[in-house]
Ligand binder design. Sequence first.
Ligand SMILES: Nc1ncnc2c1ncn2[C@@H]1O[C@H](COP(=O)(O)OP(=O)(O)OP(=O)(O)O)[C@@H](O)[C@H]1O
Length: 358
Amino acid sequence: MAGALLEFIDLTKRYGSVTALDRFNLTVAPGEFVTFLGPSGSGKTTALNLLAGFASATNGDVRIAGQSVLALPPEKRNVGMVFQSYSLFPHLSVFENVAFPLRLRRVAKAEVTRRVEEALAMVQLADFAGRMPNELSGGQRQRVAFARAVVFEPPVLLMDEPLAALDLKLREQMQFEIRRYHQALGCTIIFVTHDQGEALTLSDRVAVMRDGYIVQTGTPQEIYDAPQSQYVAEFIGTTNLFDLAPNGCDLPELAATLPAAVLEGKLSVRPEKLRPVAPDGADVTFRAVLSQVVFQGDHTLYEAQLAGGRTVTFRTHRGPGVAALSRGAEVTLGFDLDDSVPVVPETGKTAGQNASGG
Ligand SMILES: Nc1ncnc2c1ncn2[C@@H]1O[C@H](COP(=O)(O)OP(=O)(O)OP(=O)(O)O)[C@@H](O)[C@H]1O
């Protein structure tokens, strides 16, 4: 692909009988922020390790700026890395930890001081240069690790679940800092997470992974609004999946109007698209009984049971004219077809084979 900075081409990694990465294909443009999102064991770390040079490929290629890097040692690939575990050198001060990549590259002493001070200022730890890692909080250590990864201004920054060990508030603060850094420097970032909220918040593009291959790539909005499979619909956010198949169909009246191909799958409707309506107030309406009402601050989350047994969830925001519904109430719920997405039940591997983006 013209202008691609990173190219994963049919990349495969086997550990004995385990295929950790299975013909993984992806191209990443310069300056892009791409997140690998998938459950544990889906191959996210393996893909990063092959790019960074910490593991060797069984098959396929990895190119940076058009050049295969498989034969290069990690330090020659010029990529920065931040891991979940802070992996700071315990016997080195904060300053020396951050200086390490520069010393490795034999940068002049005055320049080292200038760049380390700059990196520490960026993560708001300018006053901590003399501390040892064990004198820092978890969040501070993670920020030192971040400063160390970016101090040599690598064109590519790899981040493997860097925020997983932090509490919610710190995590959100660090997400903000990572975004700021990405916008300010325009470097290319590959970020690994199994947290879909984090993926949607940070990325230009998300690659959803399963069993070592990519199921779907797209902008956060595309992935959320137009999941191509049941797997993606369920993995990204919460969703209601209505069964359309003739036996056990949740919405028989709707099914009568739909083309046969759609009936083999399910219909995904996000909780915020489903709402209480007047009997003819939406394209599709049905009766349900509220089984749970959960107050969540600015909105209320409801769970309701359809006559056939299916449970659905929906959300209403607080506001004038929005009446509170109570548990046990029978309501008419509805959604418009434009707000629903037909999804196929399972994704075969072929769906991920050509998932290169750009
Ligand atoms: N060194 C290894 N030896 C054997 N199997 C491995 C090795 N490294 C990874 N695997 C296997 O390869 C598969 C993919 O692992 P990988 O670490 O890439 O997944 P992941 O998506 O990053 O998971 P997590 O979110 O748990 O870190 C898993 O089945 C894992 O057990």
